[in-house]
Design a protein around this ligand. Sequence first.
Ligand SMILES: NC(=O)c1ccc[n+]([C@@H]2O[C@H](COP(=O)([O-])OP(=O)(O)OC[C@H]3O[C@@H](n4cnc5c(N)ncnc54)[C@H](OP(=O)(O)O)[C@@H]3O)[C@@H](O)[C@H]2O)c1
Length: 330
Amino acid sequence: MTFGDFVSEQRANLPIHVTPEACGGKTYIVTGSNTGLGLEAAKHLVRCKAKKVIIAVRNLEAGEAVKAEIENVTKIRGVAEVWHVDLADFQSVKDFAKKATESLDRIDGLIENASIALDRISIAEGYETTITINVLSTFLMAVLLLPKLSDTAKQFGTTSHLSIVVSAAGFAFKEPFDKVKDDFLRKMNSPTNANMGSRYPVSKLIQIFAGRHFAKLVPIERTGVAVNFVNPGLCKTGLSRHGRFLNRLPIVGMGLVLGRTPEMGSRTLLHGAVAGKESHGCYLSVCEIREHQLPSWVSDEEGQKQGKIIWDEIANVLEKIEPGCLSKIL
Ligand SMILES: NC(=O)c1ccc[n+]([C@@H]2O[C@H](COP(=O)([O-])OP(=O)(O)OC[C@H]3O[C@@H](n4cnc5c(N)ncnc54)[C@H](OP(=O)(O)O)[C@@H]3O)[C@@H](O)[C@H]2O)c1
């Protein structure tokens, strides 16, 4: 894509794909919905007559404030519910998935929006924190909630959606994946190997590589669940707030000039939540299926092999966190 194309995409007025006809009576989970794109997506879903919208957050106070804001703006009460989940804690993800599976009568859409951009190394659950949150816990939740999404689709004769919010920023980082070797996730912990300047975009690239392989393992014909990967574009949110001042400057500056508002960016998430069967396994951007915008080194045969290697390593970790979780869905 040329810079000109990028600018015109950023400035486009995106369509709102969710409607009361598409979302009425359905249940959605939006992770990281106390702020930014997740908050705006949750607000739209409430407005579109969803039956329940779970505001899945690590900070309950912030979640309750958002619930009050949504109720105030939409004048719709009793739809948004605030639930705790901390993606830096595998047990918290497991507890959340158990509660959702047991207490919700249906889950029509899971929007895995929560992510973090760190540029200092820290460890959570034995892995670098960005990797734990953006990659391992994101796929742990996907794997644990896929059965409920699938049951919902079968019971109601609908298509459920599992959307992972990715980023095109990772496409600038081919190099780290040229030689993926065993235990590469753990090696990303090493203070000497960890290039934290590129850690966030690389984590989003891992989501795409691994997620596309995961989608192949759970075909929609069997599950009734469309698994897709949504790029929201550059948006004016606080995503870079954890970074060092100098690292933040370029992205904040570009965001100020070209960034979408959080509400405009959230429309891409909404598209993912209703994009239908044809979106399964696909990269979505500007509210369309945009497979052709993937770099060839992601989508070609070599890229697919890379995706399998990366997924296999993630799968090994997931099996250790929750033994048997993969056999339930594969
Ligand atoms: N903004 C952009 O330009 C852009 C571009 C491409 C892709 N994206 C993607 O869009 C998604 C939303 O980002 P955003 O821009 O809206 O950023 P944001 O405003 O920073 O929202 C991120 C959300 O993730 C939550 N989160 C972080 N760590 C968590 C954890 N351990 N457990 C649970 N929740 C956690 C945050 O919670 P706290 O408030 O508690 O920190 C926040 O609610 C992300 O996946 C991001 O990678 C954004």
